[in-house]
Design a protein around this ligand. Structure first.
Ligand code: SAM
Length: 187
């Protein structure tokens, strides 16, 4: 399960939790890899809400989805994930956050501690029973450590009667990836 990149581990974990017809969110669309993955799993009966603040991300994700005929079940939203409640009204089975900057993009456009934490609190409100929030965080870049510390303060203080908060850390990589998982315990 863990003898691979954390970006691949998280997909195995999400796969366990969702299926055809589910409502899911890619909170950081980027190049669309996670959106594409989620769209395949939920099928045309499901719904993927996908957020990014960069036009570049919307364009490359749209192309990826059109090439694979997976565009029907995806809503691409050019807005901050902090505003997700303006778009999503129904319970969400899984959220994927992949924090930091767009690979091969502008390294100055980066997730920020305040908006990330606000968004995760909103995500918790909409999290379906037995739903999961996955958060890939990197603290090897500027601002990453503050974001990580904020995430840990939030997750460490979640009510353990309602949520399972888990962290899986890679120790020998320069960008220091950590995967956080928050499960809604109610089923
Ligand atoms: N999941 C992506 C993929 O599969 O290619 C990679 C995501 S990349 C590491 C992080 C993305 O978060 C960037 O594209 C960046 O523009 C986006 N981002 C930064 N702040 C954001 C915000 N407030 N709301 C939504 N997306 C944001």
């Amino acid at each position: 399960m863990f003898n691979k990149r954390l970006t691949d581990c998280v997909k195995d974990i999400i796969k366990e939790n969702i299926g055809v017809g589910d409502v899911v969110v890619d909170a950081t669309m980027g190049n669309g890899n996670d959106t594409h993955f989620l769209a395949q799993l939920v099928g045309k009966e499901g719904q993927v809400y996908s957020f990014d603040i960069q036009e570049e991300a919307i364009k490359s994700t749209k192309n990826k989805l059109l090439q694979t005929a997976l565009d029907q079940q995806v809503l691409l939203i050019k807005d901050s994930h902090a505003n997700m409640k303006a778009y999503i009204k129904e319970p969400v089975k899984a959220y994927m956050y992949n924090l930091g900057y767009l690979p091969n993009g502008d390294k100055n456009i980066i997730t920020q501690k305040e908006t990330t934490l606000f968004s995760i609190k909103e995500a918790l409100d909409l999290l379906a029973p037995n739903g999961v929030i996955s958060i890939l965080s990197y603290y090897g870049h500027k601002g990453g450590l503050e974001e990580k510390e904020g995430l840990e303060a939030l997750i460490n203080n979640l009510d353990s009667k309602k949520y399972n908060g888990i962290a899986i850390e890679t120790r020998n990589k320069r960008n220091c990836p950590i995967l956080y998982l928050i499960y809604n315990k109610s089923v």
